[in-house]
Design a binder for this molecule. Structure first.
Ligand code: GRF
Length: 215
């Protein structure tokens, strides 16, 4: 049975669109049942609507406190009844209660080789640190920011002359492939949601990678 995916976005939504492409052409046995943005002007919302995906806005500025924002997000998610939630460039931190409610079923993509460089400005952090490789990570979302068990990573080399812009441009298509691969793995049933955490933690500990699309 086709899995139901809800996506949370804040911006252009290219990762979401890569996932939707994969649903459309059968690489993922899934459908995107909701695209939810905290920003009404997110470019990804418009493209999602053009593709006929149900969209919703929960504008964080309308809420004085984060718990109320979280509750509104939670209500929309429950109504969409997703099997998996993908954070795809979603720029708000979700509270522990909401995250725990979807534990093992909420994924995020982060543009660094976690645990290196959590947080913002990862491309610049890579350059500042003199790293010779960069990459992206798909991980399960836990209450601590960018710290959940890693499901899959892809790597790219840092080239001489690279800037934050060139790194982000080279990494983006790698992210798209990685997110689709990681989701395919999650949906495959090889790793049921309640076991995935352990599998992912083990994989992270031993440095193995599920997806190596950029290698
Ligand atoms: C991506 O680089 C993703 O890794 C990060 O935010 C960016 C979102 O891009 N979390 P898009 O909105 O999916 O195009």
């Amino acid at each position: 049975m086709s899995a139901r995916i809800a996506a949370l976005i804040s911006g252009r939504g290219s990762n979401l669109l890569a996932i939707h492409d994969a649903c459309r052409d059968g690489r993922l046995d899934a459908e995107v049942v909701l695209v939810l943005s905290n920003r009404p002007d997110a470019a990804g919302l418009e493209i999602a609507a053009e593709r006929g995906i149900p969209t919703e806005v929960v504008d964080h500025r309308a809420f004085a406190e984060r718990p109320a924002f979280d509750r509104a997000i939670g209500k929309s998610l429950l109504a969409a009844s997703p099997d998996w939630i993908v954070l795809a460039g979603f720029m708000r931190v979700l509270g522990a209660e909401l995250v725990s409610q979807w534990s093992g079923r909420m994924l995020n993509i982060h543009p660094s080789l976690l645990p290196r460089h959590p947080g913002l400005d990862t491309h610049q952090k890579v350059l500042d640190a003199g790293d010779t490789e960069h990459g992206a990570s798909v991980h399960l979302v836990t209450p601590e920011l960018d710290a959940g068990p890693i499901v899959a990573q892809s790597r790219i080399p840092v080239l001489s002359g690279d800037t934050a812009t060139t790194l982000s441009e080279r990494l983006l298509p790698v992210e798209h492939a990685l997110y689709v691969d990681a989701l395919a793995h999650c949906l495959s049933g090889d790793a049921p949601a309640d076991q995935l955490t352990d599998v992912a933690a083990d994989r992270a500990t031993h440095g193995a990678r599920l997806a190596t699309s950029a290698d």
